[in-house]
Design a binder for this molecule. Structure first.
Ligand SMILES: Cc1cc2nc3c(=O)[nH]c(=O)nc-3n(C[C@H](O)[C@H](O)[C@H](O)COP(=O)(O)OP(=O)(O)OC[C@H]3O[C@@H](n4cnc5c(N)ncnc54)[C@H](O)[C@@H]3O)c2cc1C
Length: 449
């Protein structure tokens, strides 16, 4: 697509990993794009706090297919990026991912069935095999997860874990911010532009001034954006990839009215602790998802371990104002560290915790929204619910295809785009990610998607 009179065909709000991937993929289709981000550089928002775990198991067919497709991009990252980055390329540490079998995840029956269906490699491990691979692990059951001051915290609840499933084609990205910079450079090599340190404060629409004087309300097609310094930038397409600010930006565009799925900023703490002395977790460890203790973990450089939360029932969910929330650790971080201490008794927990506090853009069913909107020319890749870093390249490609499909006059709401996942040879119905879907009951209703 190109128009010789206009500078940009599309403005992308946000330059996180998905925003940058959409720029790269739209640029490949010939769209002249501009990403605007209020941060000073690409991937400085929630993307930089991401654990950047690349896993290939989900509880839905579409979730699994997208993640399995996404894996192939990270596996051949240099080939995908096509260009050099003066800072070097991010690395995919393919250490695998072990998931403990629990009642909560139905002993992984659904996940294993979907992996078989999609030819995703996996291995069944019993408790003895888990201890052999991770000798620092105590495989007794502790679940269900509790609060630290609850009776019985830290005491085994009876019996051993029923084992786990190990997916070898999983791992994590060494540096999520760098991977976003890689995508920025890749997009720029195709003509895309990025503007940092500027906030979009208004979405402009044709005919809007006459109707409500502010560019909001029920107006015509997208005409561009207004920045916090008063600059107006024209473009007939605007894409909302603003992470935890997604509902605010959708509101600016007047795009909320027909959405059945809401997106909300959810506060999260991720703790970094040293691995127990004498065990090289960095080389020998794997990603582990452990709903028996309500935590996921992954190795981190310097023989450290990152401990995130799987948002167990007992923990309050803290929805916050994305511009005003507590960035310090609370009891939550301490609870996560001690829950992991149940599984690894030799874990040393520092008295002063280190790590990150940031936000998920959580959707009602923890499945993202990759969609158009009721406003012609306004699109969204939002509600990524703490689990879409892995999908960024394929989501970028799917969003670019969706935008192109709609801009050619197709009605995606009535006839949803069918999108081909090239690496795994499957077609998916992009309508699965609709803003107007019914809440998906197959979802895990957690960060696990
Ligand atoms: C603690 C944590 C751990 C996670 N772990 C994993 C994981 O292990 N695996 C996984 O797959 N996913 C994980 N995720 C999720 C994943 O990181 C996100 O889904 C992904 O990074 C979202 O990328 P994004 O492009 O939507 O943008 P974000 O990184 O959310 O950034 C949005 C950008 O929009 C900008 N912005 C917002 N409003 C405006 C405005 N009005 N004007 C200009 N700019 C604006 C912001 O400055 C920001 O840079 C995790 C997330 C968090 C927070």
């Amino acid at each position: 697509m190109s128009n010789t009179h206009r500078q940009y065909d599309a403005i992308i709000i946000g330059a996180g990993i998905i925003g940058a991937a959409i720029a790269f993929e739209l640029a490949k289709l010939g769209y002249r794009t501009l990403n605007v981000d209020k941060n000073p550089a690409a991937g400085y928002g929630p993307t930089s706090s991401s654990c950047a775990i690349i896993r290939v198991h989900y509880s839905t067919f579409d979730g699994t297919a997208l993640a399995w497709e996404g894996y192939h991009y990270w596996h051949a990252w240099a080939k995908y990026i096509e260009t050099d980055d003066e800072r070097g390329l991010a690395k995919f540490i393919e250490c695998g991912c072990l998931v403990m079998k629990t009642e909560l995840n139905g002993h992984l029956g659904k996940h294993v069935r979907l992996s078989r269906e999609l030819d995703v490699p996996f291995e069944e491990w019993d408790a003895a095999k888990i201890r052999e691979r991770l000798p620092i692990y105590d495989t007794r059951r502790y679940g269900p997860p509790r609060l630290m001051h609850d009776e019985g915290f830290g005491e085994p609840s009876g019996g051993d874990l029923a084992g786990g499933v190990f997916w070898p084609t999983a791992g994590y990205i060494s540096d999520p911010q760098l991977s976003t910079h890689n995508l920025q450079r890749a997009a720029e090599a195709k003509g895309a532009e990025f503007r940092f340190g500027r906030e979009v404060v208004e979405i402009l629409k044709e005919g809007a001034e006459e109707r409500d004087g502010k560019g909001g309300g029920d107006a015509g097609r997208i005409r561009g954006v207004k920045l916090d310094d008063g600059t107006e930038i024209d473009a007939p397409i605007v894409v909302n990839v603003s992470g935890p600010h997604s509902a605010i930006v959708n509101g600016m565009a007047g795009a909320l009215d027909d959405m059945t799925i809401e997106t909300k900023p959810l506060r999260q703490e991720v703790v970094h602790v040293p691995a127990p002395a004498g065990f090289d977790f960095e080389s020998l460890g794997t990603v582990v998802s452990d709903s028996d203790i309500g935590c996921y973990i992954r190795p981190e450089t310097g023989n450290h371990i990152l401990i995130g939360s799987e948002d167990p029932e007992c923990d309050p969910r803290e929805f916050v104002d994305p511009d005003d929330y507590v960035r310090d650790f609370t009891e939550q971080g301490t609870a996560q560290a001690h829950r992991y201490g149940q599984r690894v008794p030799s874990l040393g927990i520092p008295s002063s915790l280190r790590g990150v506090v940031d936000l998920y853009d959580a959707s009602d069913d923890w499945i993202p929204i990759y969609d158009k909107s009721r406003v012609p020319g306004f699109y969204m890749a939002v509600g990524t619910s703490g689990n879409q870093f892995k999908n960024a390249p394929v989501a970028g490609k799917m969003m670019a295809a969706l935008i192109d499909y709609c801009e050619q006059g197709n009605d995606h709401d009535a006839r949803p785009l069918s999108f081909r996942l090239d690496h795994i040879g499957r077609e998916v119905n992009v309508g699965f990610y609709s803003r107007k879907r019914e809440i998906n009951r197959e979802s895990s209703f957690s960060v696990l998607g």
